[in-house]
Design a protein around this ligand. Structure first.
Ligand code: NDP
Length: 450
């Protein structure tokens, strides 16, 4: 049995029932074959066996009391996956679908993503199966405080620096920071995505979405094309989606869809961004409200999507920005996109495309930016927030945005030159995986067996 296959089989035996983690690991390990053949040192140092095993996994109980005085119990997770390049860094996700396998896949992806940014950050991820939907502000606060009452002892500005992800935005980061400060008796940059009033960085909120659009721009530039005047589809309607839509408008593109877990909006005139921000960021409403203000837009509930398809990807477009969640784009969706003339996919979400969809995108040689490269702008800007906190300075929006655009350009260049080095110039999956892995692996070798 070939070496990488052997490791993968071992992984399945030693970490049972973690399907999302196997999916992420298989993609990376498969991409590494040519590197392992060319450089035997990685095998000698058992880097693959070591890199798939988190340095530390923390699983804890979170007790809290709801507004009716009833005790609630949730699971809390933090995976400190790899610290070869710096303190563990990666978001916290609060969603009922969270389990050990989901957090592990996200943490694994984060190692290579963080490496690709070229910054000194290791890989980590965490979260809870807590469902924030329908909870009052006080319930959210009590949950965040209860979650931090255990997590605080494992994190620190130079140890592990969590951020937001699905279900964790500025409000939740604020409550968790407050509790950390109280328990640790330290005011330090232990979380990123903080409010601008007390240690946050300008452009952090926008960074993941903006970064995914910059990534698409650089992919297209290499083909002599631009996004200007082009119709684009976006899925989701959270942080990443909203700022993807905003940056698309900045570049003259026309974003025509968004979605949530109940359905999608198709607004052929272009999504009304101010309305979307008001609904999602201020009023925390569902997308059904959008069409009440925009009668020409169409709302389709997921029950009416074509069978085994995501409605968003049935809409003809030039470029697509999957920005909701893992495995939201399957082979049928990939076929629909290509049949309708889509030539560019830039993934704002983590692992939004199934392996079959990824294979089709790579085979078709369209511009395909995998999540770990295309959405790395968020974590990169988190590191810029850490840098500002550590040096007690604040950069302007333009300064941070300029650095973000340059980092996205560097990630694109690194993935595409590595892909070319291994004989597949358009395969950014291969390029991103090898480029991300190589830096971490070399650091692990240089730091000895720890
Ligand atoms: P938000 O919680 O702000 O928004 C998530 C959006 O996705 C919501 O519209 C939500 O709809 C939708 N969604 C979530 N789960 C599902 C589902 N199972 N089916 C359909 N729609 C779903 O999260 P973010 O925007 O921060 O994150 C989106 C993606 O981007 C995730 O994959 C995340 O890991 C990734 N990412 C985020 C970064 C960041 O900086 N925030 C950085 C890098 C990657 P609903 O409201 O109905 O749940």
């Amino acid at each position: 049995m070939p070496y990488v296959k052997e490791v993968f089989e071992y992984l399945k035996r030693s970490s049972p029932s973690q399907k999302e983690f196997y999916q992420a690991a298989e993609e990376v390990l498969e991409s590494l074959r040519p590197l392992m053949e060319k450089y035997p040192k990685y095998r000698e140092h058992k880097i693959i066996e070591r890199i798939v095993e988190p340095e530390r996994q923390i699983l804890f109980r979170v007790n809290w009391v709801d507004d009716n005085g009833v005790i609630q119990v949730n699971k809390g997770y933090r995976i400190e996956f790899n610290s070869a390049l710096g303190p563990y860094k990666g978001g916290l996700r609060f969603h009922p679908s969270v389990n050990a396998g989901v957090i592990k896949f996200l943490g694994f992806e984060q190692i290579f993503k963080n490496s690709l940014t070229g910054l000194q950050i290791g890989g980590g991820k965490g979260g809870s199966d807590f469902n924030p939907k329908g909870k009052s502000n006080n319930e959210i606060m009590r949950f965040c405080q209860a979650f931090m009452s255990e997590l605080f002892r494992h994190i620190g500005a130079n140890t592990d620096v969590p951020a937001g992800d699905i279900g964790v935005g500025g409000r939740e980061i604020g409550y968790m920071f407050g509790m950390y400060k109280k328990l640790a008796n330290k005011y330090e940059g232990v979380l990123t995505g903080k409010s601008l009033k007390w240690g946050g960085s300008l452009a952090r909120t926008e960074a993941t979405g903006y970064g995914a659009v910059y990534f698409a721009k650089y992919m297209l530039e290499d083909r002599g094309e631009t996004l200007e005047g082009k119709k684009c589809v976006v899925s989701g309607s959270g942080n990443v989606s909203i700022y993807t839509i905003e940056k698309l408008y900045h570049l003259g593109a026309i974003p025509i869809t968004c979605s949530d877990s109940n359905g999608m909006i198709h607004d052929e005139d272009g999504i009304d961004l101010e309305l979307l921000k008001d609904l999602k960021e201020v009023r925390r409403e569902r997308l059904t409200e959008y069409v009440k203000h925009r009668p020409n837009a169409k709302y389709t509930p997921i029950e009416e999507y074509p069978e085994d398809c995501n409605g968003v990807y049935t809409i003809p477009c030039y470029a697509a920005f999957p920005s909701a969640t893992q495995n939201e784009l399957n082979l049928n969706d990939a076929k629909n996109l290509l049949a309708n003339g889509c030539v560019c996919i830039s993934e704002g979400a983590n692992m939004p495309s199934t392996p079959e969809a990824v294979d089709l995108f790579v085979e078709s040689k369209i511009s395909y930016g995998p999540g770990k490269a295309a959405n790395a702008g968020g974590v990169a800007t988190s590191q810029l927030e850490m840098a500002q906190n550590a040096s007690m300075v604040n950069w302007t929006f333009e300064e941070v945005d300029t650095k973000l655009a340059q980092i996205m350009k560097n990630i694109y260049t690194s993935a595409s030159t590595t892909a070319a080095e291994f004989g597949e110039p358009t395969n950014l999956v291969l390029g991103a995986n090898i480029a991300g892995f190589r830096k971490v692996a070399d650091a692990m070798i240089e730091q000895g067996l720890v």
